[in-house]
Write a new protein. Structure first.
Length: 303
């Protein structure tokens, strides 16, 4: 998408970066995030194959930035973001230590998302931007940061949904409604639901689910929520909890095996979502009376 464009060296690299949190073990594919402590001084980042967004965390600092011939001296405040597309180097100097929430998107992941927006080729690309101040983008970034820092993160489908929405926001476009449906057709919704139920033990992606509806990912996400009343990732988690609840009440398998068979990362991940959605733990469910076994999970979650 972008050729490598070097920037002139202004001074020797003098700053240091320490990664304090990373998404490497969370099963995210095509995107990722890190929380990085950055010292005062000059920082140079080489051109990467993926797109990068750096979101400032904490107290303001004075920063001098260079990217793709853009130069900017500014007060970098909490939530301000810089976009460095694939193939471009970045350089900046901070007058004090700070923390950066660094988000990256693989070029093929970004390309698929942007192509599905049906934009003109010249518009369907990320451009270098310094000091973006956008409340909606910040909301998405802080939600992804919460996932990164959570003791038990949600399904990777949630992080994928957030990153897809970030790309749409950064490109400055929303899926055009035109004459399109506002909800999924009943047969299409049934096909998607059947696919989810048949693959709960596997990693589900937005591409997989949108393909079942023969829709682009951005359009599918909007129609799914309007049809089912919840975002895609939330529905998948609810179905996994429902399946796990049924298996736990049957008592035929171990808790750890049920967690794997219903698509949770591990036993504590399943316990977290059961406690959050049902208000009970797997151990408590093992001893639940038969009357409780007949109560639908979604009725509990809506109370």
């Amino acid at each position: 998408m972008n050729a490598v464009t070097p920037i002139p060296a202004l001074a020797p690299h003098s700053g240091s970066r320490t990664v304090v949190r990373t998404s490497r073990a969370l099963g995210w594919q095509g995107f990722g995030a890190e929380l990085v402590n950055v010292s005062a001084g000059l920082h140079r980042l080489p051109a990467f194959r993926h797109h990068r967004v750096g979101v400032h965390v904490g107290a303001p600092v004075t920063a001098h930035c260079v990217c793709d011939a853009q130069r900017l001296t500014r007060i970098q405040a909490h939530g301000d973001a810089d976009v460095i597309p694939a193939g471009l180097e970045g350089q900046w100097s901070d007058d004090a230590a700070c923390t950066i929430f660094s988000i990256w998107f693989a070029e093929d992941f970004a390309q698929r998302t942007l192509e599905q927006l049906a934009l003109k080729p010249a518009d369907a690309q990320l451009r270098p931007r310094l000091q973006i101040r956008d409340a909606r983008f910040q909301h998405l970034a802080w939600a992804l940061r919460a996932e990164l820092e959570a003791h038990d993160a949600s399904d990777p489908l949630y992080a994928e949904s957030l990153c897809t929405a970030m790309l749409v926001r950064l490109i400055g476009a929303e899926p055009a409604p035109g004459n399109r449906r506002r909800t999924l057709a009943p047969r299409t919704a049934a096909r998607v639901i059947e696919f989810i139920d048949a693959h709960l033990d596997q990693r589900l992606t937005l591409d997989d689910l949108a393909a079942q509806a023969q829709l682009s990912v951005p359009h599918f996400k909007a129609l799914f929520r309007d049809t089912l009343g919840v975002p895609v990732h939330r529905y998948v988690v609810q179905r996994r909890v429902e399946r796990a609840r049924t298996l736990l009440l049957q008592g035929s398998f171990s808790t750890s095996q049920i967690a794997l068979d219903t698509g949770f990362a591990h036993q504590s991940h399943m316990a977290y979502w059961m406690s959050r959605l049902l208000g009970v733990t797997p151990r408590e469910l093992r001893g639940a009376p038969s009357d409780d076994a007949a109560m639908p999970v979604l009725e509990k979650t809506q109370r």
